[in-house]
Write a protein that binds this ligand. Structure first.
Ligand code: ZN
Ligand code: ZN
Length: 540
């Protein structure tokens, strides 16, 4: 939003205010629940990236809004050591990170400090987050801004945002935003809630996914405590003039998540953070728009084949039960009881008559109960192994390639069949295309084969980009692999290789060089290390 637009809005306020009814205050409900739960907000930026307030500011705002925990998600590549969980202003603060992948933003919760930058293709970042023990959430999947949208729905992410405040506000027409700006000072959270619509497309996507595998859905505040959107929220932090709206407190009062816990939160921040993160992983979490009615309580369970949902709002609304995305039953508040109609994915949405939005935003949205036979969701059994035809690669010799500032040395003791080692040091400074590579000419060896195979290990955890290069055009195709000090057998299927930059599909008959590349996608400038590989061959 431009400075001019905001100035115009402030001027317009005097003329418009009298004519505009304010959105209503939240309906106050009795807090009735027998289970332990905690209310918290997820997806929060601080002044460590592009938010306006400090972690303490966010925690103090959360305390005022009555939250029990917040999850900070500053932009990064995972190499900053996350702050240990701690109670600030009585609020459990969990430090997470919003990673930028080639397919969109992926938030990692419960991730330790990563040994190398987590970047590149979404499938690789998702695998790295999982290997490191984190829980990953696709952020703002259907942003109206194409560069922020999630673009790879075949990846096996853990969770996704069904609601993202930034996406919702970007969707609004300019005149409605101006009107909201006028009302905001008087009723901040209710004004923000008035901009929410049910995100039909995102929910349809989620319903399609959860018929095949478990995917948790969370509501993301995407709170920055500042107005004005930047061109690239991964790097282009706007440092100039901005309005500190919507405030953290207003964001936290608009909507939040509620996790169901085995015990109440206490005072041990590390143990409590594990409890909250475990509940998120299990999908023991629902979202609620508190600015419509608060507090929001939902109990949703299945006993044998009977599904029951109950809320603390007793009238003026409807509970909708969906199976595999389609409406199976709807009943007036406060409770719904229905029989399951066979295997499927069941979830509820609760609507209040007072809810804003077109279509109306659900007041509460649950995660699914999966009624599935054993074995659903587990990987399909490995395809019957076909006899393998192997062709060793004894082209060569092995050689090093690098940019001017970096170093790369090849060592091979038992030429041409022994293990080969590349020792490298990427030039320091900013990321500027530094690379070091181990290469081998393979002639026509890849023709009519389906994959590369080799065994390898590295001096430290790292990602190596396995590439094939076309001799005339210089076009390359790549598949990133993970290595560490354990020797591992690696297979690189040609059909998983994607063009470096843009280009046609990989045709193994056209490539004559295989490269093992260290570059700044996953290796910080100035890093030194080595990796060793052995028994390189092509198979089908
Ligand atoms: Zn983002
Ligand atoms: Zn964000």
């Amino acid at each position: 939003m431009s400075r001019l637009l905001i100035a115009a809005a402030v001027l317009a306020a005097a003329f418009l205010f009298a004519a505009l009814p304010l959105p209503s205050s939240p309906i106050a409900l009795p807090a009735a629940s027998s289970v332990s739960s905690a209310r918290g907000s997820f997806h929060i930026h601080t002044n460590r990236s592009d938010g306006s307030g400090s972690p303490d500011d966010a925690a103090a705002a959360a305390a005022r809004a009555g939250l029990n925990f917040i999850i900070l998600t500053d932009h990064g590549d995972g190499t900053r050591k996350p702050d240990a969980p701690q109670y600030r202003a009585g609020v459990l603060v969990i430090d997470a990170v919003e990673l930028s992948t080639e397919a969109g933003h992926y938030i990692a919760i419960g991730l330790p400090q990563a040994p190398y930058p987590l970047r590149g293709e979404a499938r690789d970042v998702i695998a790295d987050v999982r290997r490191l023990g984190g829980f990953g959430v696709v952020a703002h999947p259907d942003s109206s801004k194409p560069s922020l949208r999630w673009r790879d729905w075949d990846t096996d992410f853990d969770a996704m945002e069904w609601l993202n405040a930034d996406t919702e506000w970007r969707d609004e027409r300019g005149d409605l935003l101006v009107r909201a700006l006028v009302r905001y000072p008087f009723r901040p959270a209710a004004t923000l809630a008035s901009l929410l619509d049910r995100p039909d497309a995102t929910l349809t996507r989620w319903d399609a996914l959860t018929q095949r595998r478990r995917v948790v859905a969370l509501a993301g505040a995407d709170a920055h405590a500042r107005a004005g959107w930047m061109d690239d929220d991964a790097t282009g932090y706007r440092r100039g003039w901005f309005l500190k709206i919507p405030s953290y407190e207003a964001s936290f009062r608009t909507f939040a998540m509620r996790v169901t816990l085995d015990r109440p939160l206490g005072t041990d921040a590390a143990a409590d953070a594990r409890l909250v993160i475990d509940a998120l992983r299990k999908g023991s979490v629902y979202s609620a728009v508190d600015a419509i009615a608060s507090p929001a309580t939902l109990e949703f369970s299945a006993v044998s084949r009977t599904l029951t949902a109950r809320t603390n709002a007793t009238s003026g609304g409807t509970i909708v039960l969906r199976k595999d995305g389609r409406v199976l039953a709807q009943q007036p508040l406060p409770a719904l009881t229905a029989e399951a109609t066979g295997e499927g994915t069941y979830r509820v949405e609760v609507y209040l008559d007072a809810a804003p939005g077109n279509p109306p935003i659900p007041w509460i949205l649950s995660n699914p109960i999966y009624l599935q036979s054993d074995g659903w969701g587990s990987p399909s059994p490995a395809a019957q192994a076909l006899p393998t035809i192997t062709r060793g690669i004894q082209g060569g010799p092995w050689h090093a390639e690098k940019d001017d500032g970096s170093t790369a040395q090849v060592r091979q003791d038992n030429y041409p069949i022994g293990p080969v080692e590349l020792t490298f040091r990427l030039a320091g400074g900013d990321r500027a295309g530094q690379y070091a590579a181990l290469g081998i000419g393979v002639g026509k060896a890849l023709t009519e084969r389906t994959h590369l195979a080799f065994s390898a290990r590295a001096s430290r955890p790292m990602r190596v980009s396995v590439q094939a290069r076309h001799p005339q055009s210089g076009d390359r195709w790549q598949r990133s692999i993970y290595l560490d000090s354990d020797v591992r057998d690696v297979i690189v299927p040609f059909e998983e290789m994607t063009p470096v930059g843009s280009g046609p599909r990989f045709d193994p008959a056209l490539a004559d060089t295989v490269l093992f590349v260290i570059d700044t996608t996953n290796t910080a400038p100035g890093t030194e290390g080595s990796f060793t590989l052995e028994n390189l061959r092509v198979e089908r």
